[in-house]
Design a protein around this ligand. Sequence first.
Ligand code: NAP
Length: 248
Amino acid sequence: MTEWIEAKIKKIKIWTVHLFSIILEAPILPFYAGQFAKLRIKHKKKYINRVYSYVNEPKDKKLEFCIRLIPKGKMTNQLYHLLPGDSVLITKQSNGFFTMFEIPKCKHLWMIATGTAIGPFCSILQDESELYKIKKIIILYAVSYVTELIYLPLIKKIKKKYKNRIIIQTIISREKHNKSITGRIPILLKNKKIEEKIKYFINPNETHIMLCGNPTMVKDTQHFLIKYKKLKKHFRREPGNISIENYW
Ligand code: NAP
């Protein structure tokens, strides 16, 4: 049975009108970078829960979750208005297989995220323990507007440590930005704009892809990778090249 424990809010970081991060402390059990927890609050005398991936690395005492405010959403509206000292409930045990322990040794690991789904990658990138098995990490970080690249400074800081082992490519869908590619991931893969810009090419012998974000983006990208790049879904019992976070 799920064990819920009290978490104390330490800070709410407001990034944009719709994006915020909640920082809390709670005596959770150890988790692996890339995993998620459930948060629970009371709404009209009933409990409601949602799943969020940790942004922080496992050794941090402060637990961070990145959230999009859904206008009229029951959960996110209440979380947005929390103040330091308030509390919510969190699962003591974390879950999920979107971790580096599940990723085979490979030459090029592509981390593909839309919006708040950059969270689990921030956790994975900060926790160095399993990154030794990858030669090059290619991060595709896609958002609608430049101001939504809220974790880009953190990723750039991590990149400094790894030097040219990490490549970051931002993708903006709703405005032009000189360092970013304009558009949406599945189409930009299909028309080769991403590969031609970064000069790395997806192929089944060298590439592993971690996909996290908008469910339709995940579905369409996976479809493209299987059909046109001859990649296969990765399972423990049957190794392949595509790993997906799907907790929706
Ligand atoms: P989002 O909806 O993923 O939007 C961000 C970017 O994705 C925008 O550029 C958007 O393009 C593009 N996009 C949207 N639909 C697309 C599609 N069908 N194909 C290709 N690109 C598409 O941003 P979000 O609201 O932050 O949502 C993040 C998603 O990740 C949610 O589904 C969430 O459940 C999941 N997730 C969240 C966490 C977490 O911890 N918060 C962790 C893992 C996964 P447009 O501007 O053109 O719409």
